[in-house]
Design a protein around this ligand. Structure first.
Ligand code: ZN
Length: 197
């Protein structure tokens, strides 16, 4: 097994989203030629994150603890649950400082064309979480893309049937956009102006 390390590294890098064999090779050559220290740091960081990071038992976001710091924060309004697609979207809403409730992070969105259904994004867990008897309002903050809208619709109908108030971020967040890339003022405004579904 001589000289297998470099091809193995390139193959491993190709597992990253959007990385083909050309860019994987370029990254591998760069690290080996110019940044061995960075390569070792990356290896350690990957190992640590991959073995330690898991999902919060309450909101499903990434955390190293059983329950994440946000869910444990006693100053949060437990009657509000903001539903987002990804931890990056959650971070975008957090940065506005306009929201003090709790979250549920779907870690994806419904996408029938890609074979992603309710089971794949843990909707049963969301419904159980939202039905704890404390949550009164679900704020649907999925992205304003076709899939995000469809996901919001399915969740909204199910939660309304369970007797919850369901609101959606106001328009103003541009159609087709992902929260992660929307400016803070626009998200804050969309939160304040959210509408009942
Ligand atoms: Zn949590």
């Amino acid at each position: 097994m001589s000289d297998a390390s470099l091809p193995a590294l390139i193959e491993a890098l190709r597992r990253l989203p959007g990385v083909g064999v050309k860019s994987a090779s370029r990254m591998a050559f760069h690290m080996l030629q110019h940044d061995r220290e960075g390569a070792l740091l990356l290896a350690q960081a990957l190992q640590q994150a991959a073995t330690r990071v898991r999902h919060c038992a309450q909101c499903n976001t990434f955390t190293e603890a059983e329950i994440c710091p946000t869910c444990l924060d006693p100053h949060r309004d437990r009657t509000k649950l903001c539903v987002v697609e990804t931890p990056a979207d959650q971070a975008a809403v957090e940065r506005t400082a306009a929201y003090r409730g709790l979250y549920f992070v779907l870690m994806g969105k419904l996408s029938p064309l890609d074979g992603i259904g309710p089971k794949d994004i843990g909707l049963a867990r969301l419904f159980a979480r939202a039905g704890d008897g404390v949550v009164q309002e679900a704020i649907l903050a999925t992205n304003f893309t076709a899939e995000g809208e469809a996901t919001a619709h399915v969740i909204g109908e199910a939660l309304k049937q369970r007797g919850l108030k369901v609101t959606r971020l106001a328009r103003g967040v541009p159609a087709g956009s992902e929260l992660e890339y929307v400016d803070l003022g626009t998200i804050a405004h969309a939160l304040v102006e959210r509408r009942e579904k």
